[in-house]
Design a protein around this ligand. Structure first.
Ligand code: GAR
Length: 199
């Protein structure tokens, strides 16, 4: 059996989705991938502390060139955007075609695209008055939140929800479940592809 798929997780904030991936690797839900690198676009992101606590290389990158260098040094094969708030360039996306996935805290094509991130997404859902929202994992292409959908999970909106309450429910019921599953699925596909000599 060839070695596991090397996974890099790109973050900007607290890193609860990163934590869900780390926990899933430990519990065996992710068995075909291993997180080898965490890259943060923000110096003080708690996600970097999580990386350190788990003996994973953590890098603060100021530019896309620095991100690329870290990815190449770690031989990353799958890139997971987990609360990463920078838009990646076309060149970057082409370099890792079908190898970048993102978690979005709504059911795409609702409440997505440029400017739709974090708590704003839940504000948008509550303002619109939807009764169901959720999370989506998708491949990243040059259109923000426009790549092929890998998985979605619905979550109920409840009376009296604030953006914060809804965000927490969507994370607990959808994001932290869906993202590790997707990381396992794509890691397995990449690993099998290597075994068959496609890589
Ligand atoms: C998550 O809810 C993620 O879905 C969202 O940012 C949060 C990051 O939380 N991403 C986006 O809105 C991307 N458009 P975390 O740092 O605790 O994982």
């Amino acid at each position: 059996m060839l070695e596991k798929t090397k996974v890099a997780v790109l973050v900007s904030g607290g890193g609860t989705n990163l934590q869900a991936i780390i926990d899933a690797e430990k519990s065996g839900i992710i068995k075909d991938g291993e997180v080898v690198l965490v890259v943060s676009s923000s110096k003080n992101a708690y996600a970097l502390t999580r990386a350190e606590q788990n003996n994973i290389k953590g890098v603060y990158a100021k530019s896309e060139a620095e991100i690329l260098q870290a990815l190449e040094e770690s031989s990353a094969e799958l890139i997971v955007l987990a609360g990463f708030l920078k838009i990646l360039s076309k060149d970057f996306i082409r370099r890792y075609e079908n190898r970048i996935i993102n978690i979005h805290p709504a059911l795409i094509p609702s409440f997505c695209g440029k400017g739709a991130y974090g708590l704003h997404v839940h504000e948008m859902a509550l303002d619109y008055g939807v009764k169901v929202t959720g999370a989506t994992v998708h491949f990243v292409n040059e259109i923000p939140d426009g790549g092929k959908i890998i998985a979605q999970k619905a979550v109920e909106v409840q009376d009296g929800d604030t953006p914060e309450i809804l965000q927490k429910r969507v994370m607990e019921q959808a994001e932290w479940v869906l993202l590790p599953q997707a990381v396992q699925q794509i890691s397995e596909e990449i690993r099998k592809g290597k075994e068959n000599g496609n890589d």
